[in-house]
Design a protein around this ligand. Structure first.
Ligand SMILES: *[C@@H]1O[C@H](CO)[C@@H](O)[C@H](O)[C@H]1NC(C)=O
Ligand SMILES: *[C@@H]1O[C@H](CO)[C@@H](O)[C@H](O)[C@H]1NC(C)=O
Ligand SMILES: *[C@@H]1O[C@H](CO)[C@@H](O)[C@H](O)[C@H]1NC(C)=O
Ligand SMILES: *[C@@H]1O[C@H](CO)[C@@H](O)[C@H](O)[C@H]1NC(C)=O
Ligand SMILES: *[C@@H]1O[C@H](CO)[C@@H](O)[C@H](O)[C@H]1NC(C)=O
Ligand SMILES: *[C@@H]1O[C@H](CO)[C@@H](O)[C@H](O)[C@H]1NC(C)=O
Length: 932
C-alpha cells in the first residue's frame, strides 16, 4: 500500500510539472516573424510581432550558428522614449529574466549601439556592443514584485536600441532566495562550469531551469586567466547527487578542475564591479580517492583574510563522494578584478577541486512611480482616444517619462504635470485624477470631454487647471476656490451651468496672481450680493438647529451610560461565583489579593462541585492532573492541580497568581482563579474545547486532521502569545516549557499558550533540585541545559521544535523514527541543510501545500534550534516568518507588506554551517583532521 501510493504521488507530481516547467517558460524572439519550436532544445518560441507594436524587425547579416532566434533583431527609434516588453509573472515567485543582444551588422567601431536596459524602474545594464557577432547576455534573478514586469530599452548614446531575445524562466522552491530580495535583484555576473568538455555553454535541457553555465574554455578576454600549473580537467559519468539548494545540473557537476600541484588559481573581470555580491562555489568529489587519500583545501585571499580560513573537505562536507557541497558567501564585496586561489592544506594528499561557481551582483531595486498615480494615468490612457500617446508603456517616469507627463525627482516619483491639450480625448474626466496628489498642472483643454467636473479637492498643489474647449456640463465646484495655490483656471467654451463660486471671484479681486477664464458658458452666472446674504442666513439657522440637536443627543447618551453601568454592577454582584468583589476574596483568601481585577479565590467546595468530585481528567499538566469542570453559571473550566505542594509560603503562591492573572492576551489561556487548601493548590483556567496541539498532531485516533494553513495559524497564535510573555510583560516572562501539549486550541481552533509563568514558583518550590533544568526532553534548549543561563531564547529553541513537529507531524524524540540521533532537531537539520525539505513534510500534508511556504517555516525553525542562543531569532522575527508563510500559502500576498521584508531577512546562509563544521580545525592553529 505504502509503496503503491508513494509511486502514485511521485508519478503525479513529477511528470506533469516537468512539462509544466517548460510551458511556464517565456521565450520571445524579438523581430522574429513566426512562432516555432527550437530544434535543439524543443522549447517553443514566439515572435514579438503581436506584442510589440513599436520598432521594426531587422534581418541580421551575420547569423550565429543555426539558431533561428538570432536571424532577426528588433530595432527601436532613437528618441527620448523608452520601449518596453511586459512579461507576466506570478507575484513573489523567483525568476531568471534574460535578454540577449546580437547586433550582427558590422559597422565602424564606435558606432555600435550603446543604450540602457531597465527592469521596471531598476537600471539593469548598459548594453555596449563592441563586436557584431557576439551575443551579449544580460541576466537578472528577481523575485517578481507584482503580476507583471517591464523590460525597457532606452536612452541610446550611439546607434539605436535593439534586442534579440527575451526569456523568463521560473525557479523552484527557495532557489536563489537571499536575505535582501525585498530590496535587491541579483544580476548574474559569472556562472562558470569548470572542466567543461567543449566551449559550448550548458543550459536547457541539461539544466531544467535553463541557466547558462559558461564553459571555462570560453575565450573571452581576461576570462579565467592566470591558471596555476598542474591544473587538470577531470570528468566522470557517474551520477552526482545535486539535491541541495540551488540544483546545479548534474552535467556541470560531472566535470571539474583539480590542482595536481596543490593549487588552483584564476583571474577574471566582473562586469559592473566593485559591488556587493552573492557568491557560490559548487564542489563534488568526482575522483575515486584511495583509503588514505584526503582532499582538503582553503581559499587563499591575501586581501580578504576573513574569507581565507575555512577548510573545505569536499567529500566530508558533502557527506560522501559524488554529492554536491555548495558553500556560499551571501554578501561579499568583490572588486572588478577577481583573483582567487584554492590551496591544499599540509595534511591533504590531493590538491583542490572546483566544479562550478556563480557570482551575482546585488542591484538595488528602484522605486516605481507611485501606484495611485499610475492607476490614475491609466484611467486617462484607457479613455477613448486614437493617439500615439496612449501607447507608451512601462513606468510613467523611469527611466524616461511618458511624453505627456512630468515627474518629480523624488523616490518614488510622483506626477506633477499632465499635458493632454488637444489630444482628442473623449468621455468624462476620470474620478481617479483626485489621487495624483502631487499634481501642479492639469491640461485637458481642447478635447471632447463631457460630463461634470469631478471632485479634485485633494489636489491641493494644483496651480494651473485648463479645461477650456470641451463639452463639460454641470456646476463649477466650489472647492476650486479653496485650492491654496491655484493661479490659472480656464473653463471657457463648455456647457457649465449654475453660479461661479464666490470664493473664486473673490480670489480674483484680492489681486492675487489669479486668472479665471469662463466665457462661452451660456448658463454660467455670477452670484448676486442679495442672494449671497440669503444663503448665509439660511445656513446660520440650520446650524443653530443642528447644535441643539447634538446637545440633546449628547445629554441622552450620558444618562443612558449611567444606568447601564449601574446595571453592570448589579450583574457583577449577582455572579459572585465568577467575579466576586474583592471583599469576598480577602475574607476567604487570606488578604493577599488587593487588586480587584485579578484572579480570585475559589473555595475547594465550589471546585469539587464544578468538577463533579474531580471525576473527569482531561490531561496532565507539568505538576499534576487537569480536570474538566463547569461552574454554576455554565462557564467551562479546566482545573489544574499541583500535586507536590510543599509547605512553601502561601503568600508566594498568591503573589504569583496575582501576577499571572494580570497577564491578558488573546493567545494566552486566561487564568480565572485559584484555590489553596492545606495540601492542595489549584489553578482554574478557561476550558479550551479542542484540547492540546499535541493531540491533534500526534494522536493517530484524532480525526480532526490539521491542514497546513491551520497549522500556520496555530503557530502564529502561539508565537504571538510567547512574544507577549517575552516583550509585553514587565518583568518579562520566560515560559520554560514550550511544547505542543502546552498549546491549547479553543472552539475556533485558535491557539492559546498555557502553563506559562509557573516557572518562578516551581523553582522556589524545588530549591533542592534547582540545578536541574526545567523543561521537557526533546524541547530543552541545550545551551540552557549546559550552563543554566535562562533567556527568552530557550523558549525560542523549544518553539523551533514545535515548528518542526508542525511540518513533519513527528514526535520530538523517538529512537524508532530518528535512530541514534533520537531527536527531531538533528534529523530535520541534516535534511534541511541538504535542501531536502520534502522528506520532512508530514505525509498527510503532501500534495496540498506550497513547498515554498514550508521552506519559510523550515528555515526559521532551523534557526530557532541553533546551538547558540545568539544565533536564534526573536519571537518577533518568527512571527513575521510565519505570516510570510501564510501569505505564500494563501497566495494572496501583496509585495509591499513591510512585514515580509523583515521575515525574509531572517534567512540564513549555508555559510554558517560551513564555518561551524570546520572551526575546530582553526582554533588551535594546527591542521588536524576535523573530528566528525
Ligand atoms: C504566436 O504565439 C502567441 C502566443 O501563443 C500568439 O498570441 C500569436 O498569435 C502567435 N503568432 C503567430 C504569428 O502565430
Ligand atoms: C574525460 O576525461 C578523459 C581523461 O580522463 C578524457 O580522455 C575525456 O576526453 C574526457 N571527456 C570529456 C567529455 O571531457
Ligand atoms: C519544480 O517543483 C516541483 C514541485 O513543486 C517539482 O515537481 C518539479 O520537478 C520542479 N521542477 C524542476 C525543474 O526541478
Ligand atoms: C552587504 O554588506 C554591506 C556591508 O556590510 C552592506 O552595506 C549591504 O547592505 C549588504 N547587503 C547588500 C545586498 O549589499
Ligand atoms: C594506509 O595507511 C596505513 C597506515 O598509515 C597503512 O598501513 C596502509 O598500508 C595504507 N594503505 C594504503 C592503501 O596505502
Ligand atoms: C460622454 O460622451 C460619450 C461618448 O463620447 C457618451 O458615451 C457618454 O454617455 C457621454 N457622457 C455624458 C455624461 O454625456
Amino acid at each position: 500500500m505504502g509503496l503503491v501510493s508513494q509511486f502514485f504521488v511521485t508519478f503525479l507530481c513529477l511528470i506533469p510539472s516537468i512539462l509544466g516547467q517548460v510551458t511556464e517558460f517565456t521565450s520571445i524572439d524579438c523581430g522574429g516573424t513566426s512562432n516555432y519550436t527550437d530544434k535543439t532544445t524543443g522549447l517553443p518560441w514566439i515572435s514579438d510581432a503581436e506584442i510589440q507594436g513599436q520598432g521594426k524587425s531587422v534581418q541580421v547579416e551575420n547569423t550565429y550558428g543555426n539558431s533561428v532566434q538570432y536571424q532577426t533583431r528588433r530595432d527601436f527609434p532613437t528618441d527620448g522614449k523608452k520601449y518596453c516588453y511586459k512579461l507576466t509573472s506570478e507575484e513573489r515567485r523567483r525568476y531568471i529574466v534574460r535578454s540577449t543582444f546580437l547586433y550582427g551588422t558590422s559597422v565602424t567601431e564606435g558606432t555600435y549601439p550603446k543604450f540602457q536596459l531597465y527592469l521596471d524602474a531598476t537600471k539593469w545594464s548598459t548594453v555596449t556592443i563592441m563586436e557584431a557577432s557576439r551575443i551579449y547576455v544580460k541576466e537578472m534573478i528577481i523575485r517578481a514584485p507584482s503580476r507583471s514586469i517591464d523590460v525597457c530599452l532606452c536612452c541610446a548614446s550611439t546607434g539605436s536600441p535593439f534586442i534579440s531575445t527575451l526569456e523568463m524562466r521560473p525557479l523552484n522552491l527557495s532557489m536563489y532566495a537571499t536575505d535582501y530580495e525585498d530590496e535587491f535583484y541579483l544580476k548574474v555576473a559569472e556562472r562558470v562550469n569548470f572542466g567543461a568538455p567543449t566551449q559550448q555553454a550548458i543550459r536547457y535541457p541539461d539544466d531544467p531551469y535553463d541557466r547558462i553555465w559558461e564553459s571555462d574554455l570560453d575565450r573571452r578576454p581576461n576570462f579565467l586567466v592566470g591558471v596555476a600549473s598542474g591544473t587538470e580537467r577531470i570528468n566522470t559519468t557517474k551520477n552526482i547527487d545535486v539535491n541541495t539548494r540551488e540544483y546545479p545540473p548534474v552535467k556541470v557537476m560531472q566535470t571539474a578542475v583539480v590542482g595536481t600541484k596543490g593549487s588552483l588559481t584564476y583571474r577574471l573581470n566582473l562586469e559592473d564591479f566593485p559591488a556587493n555580491a552573492r557568491a557560490y562555489a559548487y564542489f563534488a568529489e568526482i575522483e575515486d580517492l584511495g583509503v588514505n587519500d584526503t582532499r582538503k583545501f582553503k581559499m587563499e585571499q591575501p586581501y580578504m583574510p576573513d574569507y581565507s580560513n575555512a577548510v573545505v573537505n569536499v567529500a566530508e562536507n558533502a557527506n560522501g563522494s559524488y554529492t554536491l557541497y555548495e558553500p556560499s558567501y551571501m554578501n561579499i564585496t568583490l572588486d572588478f578584478v577577481l583573483s582567487f586561489s584554492f590551496v591544499k592544506t599540509r595534511d591533504s594528499t590531493r590538491g583542490p577541486i572546483l566544479n562550478a561557481m556563480e557570482i551575482s551582483k546585488y542591484v538595488e531595486i528602484a522605486a516605481k512611480t507611485d501606484a495611485k498615480d499610475v492607476s490614475s494615468l491609466n484611467a486617462l490612457r484607457y479613455m477613448p482616444a486614437q493617439s500615439e500617446w496612449t501607447e507608451e508603456d512601462g513606468d510613467p517616469c523611469i527611466p524616461t517619462n511618458w511624453e505627456w507627463v512630468t515627474c518629480s525627482s523624488t523616490a518614488p516619483p510622483r506626477i506633477t504635470k499632465i499635458l493632454l491639450s488637444g489630444k482628442n480625448v473623449k468621455g468624462e474626466i476620470p474620478q481617479e485624477l483626485k489621487n495624483v496628489e502631487g499634481l501642479t498642472e492639469l491640461w485637458l483643454d481642447g478635447n471632447s470631454l463631457n460630463g461634470t467636473i469631478p471632485d479634485m479637492s485633494d489636489l491641493v498643489n494644483l496651480k494651473i487647471l485648463h479645461l477650456e474647449n470641451n463639452r463639460l456640463t454641470g456646476p463649477l465646484p466650489s472647492y476650486l476656490g479653496n485650492l491654496p495655490y491655484l493661479q490659472e483656471l480656464y473653463i471657457q467654451n463648455n456647457s457649465l451651468s449654475g453660479e461661479i463660486p464666490p470664493s473664486l471671484l473673490k480670489r480674483k479681486l484680492d489681486f492675487q496672481p489669479f486668472h479665471l477664464g469662463y466665457d462661452g458658458n451660456p448658463h454660467l452666472r455670477r452670484v448676486t450680493k442679495s442672494r449671497n446674504k440669503l444663503v448665509l442666513g439660511t445656513s446660520t439657522g440650520v446650524l443653530a438647529i443642528l447644535f441643539l440637536l447634538i446637545l440633546f443627543i449628547l445629554l441622552r447618551r450620558r444618562s443612558k451610560a449611567k444606568t447601564s453601568s449601574e446595571r453592570n454592577e448589579k450583574a457583577n454582584s449577582w455572579r459572585a461565583s465568577t467575579r466576586p468583589l474583592s471583599a469576598y476574596s480577602i475574607a476567604r483568601g487570606g488578604g493577599s489579593l488587593m487588586d480587584e481585577s485579578v484572579a480570585y479565590y475559589i473555595p475547594l467546595s465550589d471546585l469539587e462541585e464544578a468538577t463533579n468530585g474531580f471525576s473527569k481528567q482531561i490531561g496532565k499538566g507539568s505538576f499534576g492532573p487537569v480536570y474538566y469542570g463547569k461552574m454554576k453559571d455554565g462557564k467551562e473550566i479546566a482545573v489544574k492541580t499541583m500535586a507536590d505542594s510543599s509547605s512553601h509560603g502561601t503568600k508566594q503562591f498568591v503573589t504569583e497568581v496575582a501576577l499571572l492573572s494580570r497577564i491578558h492576551h488573546r493567545n494566552l489561556v486566561p487564568l480565572i482563579g485559584y484555590c489553596e487548601e492545606v495540601h492542595q493548590r489549584m489553578l482554574v483556567y478557561e476550558y479550551m474545547h479542542n484540547g492540546t496541539l499535541r493531540d491533534h498532531i500526534h494522536d493517530s485516533d484524532n480525526q480532526n486532521h490539521l491542514d497546513w494553513l491551520a497549522r500556520l495559524w496555530i503557530a502564529e497564535d502561539a508565537a504571538k502569545g510567547l512574544e507577549y510573555l517575552h516583550t509585553g510583560c514587565n518583568p518579562s516572562i520566560i515560559h520554560r516549557d514550550v511544547k505542543t501539549s502546552n498549546i491549547l486550541l479553543d472552539i475556533n481552533m485558535r491557539a492559546k499558550v498555557s502553563d506559562f509563568g509557573l516557572s518562578r514558583q516551581a523553582e522556589e518550590d524545588l530549591t533542592h533540585v534547582s540545578s536541574v533544568a526545567r523543561g521537557t526532553v526533546g524541547y530543552l534548549d541545550p545551551e540552557y541545559y549546559a550552563n543554566q543561563q535562562l533567556t527568552e531564547k530557550s523558549d525560542v529553541y523549544s518553539f523551533g521544535v514545535v515548528l518542526l513537529e508542525l511540518i513533519s507531524g513527528r514526535k520530538p524524540v523517538s529512537t524508532e523514527e530518528y535512530g541514534s540521533d533520537w531527536s527531531i532537531v538533528h534529523w530535520a537539520r541534516s535534511l534541511i541543510r541538504k535542501g531536502d525539505v520534502i522528506s520532512i513534510i508530514d505525509p498527510t500534508l503532501m500534495g496540498t501545500v506550497k513547498v515554498e511556504s514550508i521552506w519559510r517555516i523550515a528555515e526559521v525553525a532551523i534557526q530557532c534550534v541553533e546551538q547558540h542562543s545568539f544565533s536564534r531569532p526573536r519571537m518577533q522575527e518568527i512571527i513575521l516568518a510565519i505570516q510570510d508563510a501564510i501569505k505564500i500559502e494563501k497566495g494572496t500576498d501583496k509585495i509591499d507588506s513591510s512585514g515580509s521584508s523583515k521575515a525574509q531577512s531572517s534567512r540564513k546562509t549555508l555559510l554558517t554551517s560551513f564555518l561551524d563544521i570546520q572551526s575546530p580545525d582553526l582554533s588551535n592553529g594546527s591542521l588536524v583532521p576535523s573530528a566528525r
